[in-house]
Design a binder for this molecule. Structure first.
Ligand code: CS2
Length: 500
């Protein structure tokens, strides 16, 4: 016998009919205002910032802070269409080893696909109710040249935006257009809040925007200096790419046809610098931590969690694992992760309320969450930026302190070995990294001579020049990986560790 089940589409009209166990907005969505405009409303923004807003909207005494989401990238068109068909509602599927919960988030007031709605985006950013523009544009989205560390004014998109100010492509083009209108109309200040995984992300956003506007207008640059604040923030929630399996699970288990859900772990953390020139939501009421200095939190998260991810990712891909949970549950790989974090933790500050033993144990548990099925390929993407942002600072501090950097060097070597593009079973791996061309000499040379890669990556090169032990260790690990494979190389590394 087949049981007929009523599958509901997700939109305003079906909200009331959803099964009672599914949490949904109990506030009046019509009252929510676009007080924030978020550039890059992909999976992570919708599993993190938008959820904090959704929680806060449940407090009747709070102002109606909602988010107008913006998609800049071609792939965002699909998200836009799906959200449009759902009255900007979507579900968050929180998954743990033994349970999955699903809730509907209502904090989006709209979503725009920027390439087709330029004017509407700028209008949203200049609207009287908008006081915060926030960003998730990835670590590489700030246009700093990795060789000089300076803003890359020669980037084709940057050049395009300078030459065509009314049809921008980059977040800076949009923000500059909005700031210019605010300046001319006397519409007042706003906050630019970066939610990307890079240290001092507020400063990075300020520098990128200032370098961009300096090429456009002094008056605008000065206006931004006094009218825009740039708090830094540390964001954390593992959010794999949404897959068909997630859609099917929501359909089968919860009876909902959600066309744009996000899947994530139950854990979430947000630490923000309290520098909002034009007001902010009371996020501390829903678990965010407001502080005067976010830097130590960023450092801890990027070095242990993000660096830890990289430690598993490259070896995981080489061994043919497709999820981080499977990689983290392999005894040898888990020892690598633990060994890496043990090494890296001496470079992170002690913070009140954060016990590093707990923190690292939680990282192992979070990575091992079998329900999450976070893609190894996601973790391996953008390797050049991740080496610069996550591994290089750890290596520099360890070597400067004369401490062992064996594990961190091994992670760099595993990334280099991965660049050959085939795993240990001969399967081709897809390398996704816009900065890959910088490594062409190393790759064309057969991925054997580590110095060719280290020389090509400024942050690593600097460390190699200052500490000759580093390139020697990377080369030794790479040789092991090449001759004996990942398993034997790991055995060698872990044996060295136990020998002290
Ligand atoms: C990951 C992050 O991309 C990566 O390498 O480490 O996306 C990580 O999942 C998030 O920062 C978790 O907050």
């Amino acid at each position: 016998m087949t049981i007929e089940r009523n599958i509901l589409c997700l939109n305003n009209s079906t909200l009331r009919s959803l099964p009672p166990a599914i949490r949904r907005p109990r506030y009046d969505r019509a009252q929510t205002q676009s007080r924030m405009v978020h550039i890059g409303a992909g999976g992570f923004n919708r599993s993190h910032l938008a959820v904090y807003l959704d929680d806060l909207l449940e407090f009747k005494d709070e102002p109606r802070w909602g988010e107008l989401g913006i998609g800049l990238m071609p792939g965002d068109k699909q998200i836009h269409r799906a959200l449009l068909s759902q009255d900007w509602l979507y579900g968050v599927l929180e998954m743990d080893a033994d349970q999955a919960s699903y809730r509907i988030v209502g904090s989006l007031t709209g979503h725009l696909f920027a390439p087709e709605s330029t004017e509407a985006v700028v209008k949203g950013m200049t609207a009287p109710e908008c006081s915060i523009i926030s960003l998730t544009v990835t670590e590489g989205g700030y246009f700093f040249n990795d060789a000089s560390g300076k803003f890359d004014c020669e980037d084709p998109d940057v050049r395009h935006d300078l030459e065509h100010p009314t049809t921008p492509r980059t977040w800076m083009g949009y923000v500059a257009a909005a700031a210019e209108r605010r300046r001319l109309s006397g519409r007042g200040p706003f906050t630019l809040l970066s939610c990307d995984n890079l240290q001092h992300n507020g400063t990075a956003a300020r520098k990128a925007l200032a370098a961009f506007t300096a090429m456009r207008s002094d008056a605008l640059t000065q206006w931004i200096e006094t009218n825009v604040s740039f708090p830094s923030s540390m964001v954390d929630r593992i959010t794999p790419r949404t897959t068909d399996e997630h859609l099917a699970l929501i359909h089968d288990r919860f009876g909902i046809d959600d066309r744009s859900p996000v899947a994530c772990e139950p854990f979430r953390q947000w630490v923000l610098e309290d520098r909002f020139i034009s007001g902010r939501p009371a996020w501390e009421r829903v678990g965010a931590h407001m502080t005067a200095d976010v830097a130590p939190y960023e450092k801890t998260k990027m070095r242990l969690l993000n660096g830890g991810h990289s430690s598993l990712g490259y070896v995981g891909d080489l061994l043919g694992f497709s999820t981080i949970a499977d990689a983290a549950s392999d005894a040898q790989l888990q020892s690598l992760l633990i060994g890496y974090m043990k090494e890296a933790r001496i470079t992170v500050p002690t913070l009140p309320g954060i016990d590093l033993n707990d923190y690292t144990a939680t990282v192992v548990r979070r990575f091992s969450n079998p329900a999450i099925r976070d893609q190894v390929a996601r973790i391996c993407s953008d390797g050049c930026a991740k080496m610069d942002k996550f591994l290089a600072p750890v290596l520099a501090d360890l070597l400067a302190a004369g401490a062992s950097a064996r594990f961190a060097s091994f992670v760099v070597a595993s990334w280099l070995h991965y660049l050959r593009g085939a795993d240990e079973h001969g399967r081709q791996m897809i390398l996704s990294d816009p900065m890959l061309p910088s490594l062409s000499r190393f790759i064309v040379g057969g991925c054997a001579d580590a110095s060719l890669a280290l020389e090509a990556r400024p942050a690593l090169h600097e460390i190699a020049r200052a500490y000759p032990l580093f390139p020697a260790q990377v080369q030794a690990s790479l040789d092991r990986l090449r001759t004996g494979g990942v398993r034997q190389a790991l055995e060698w590394l872990l044996k060295q560790e136990s020998a002290g």
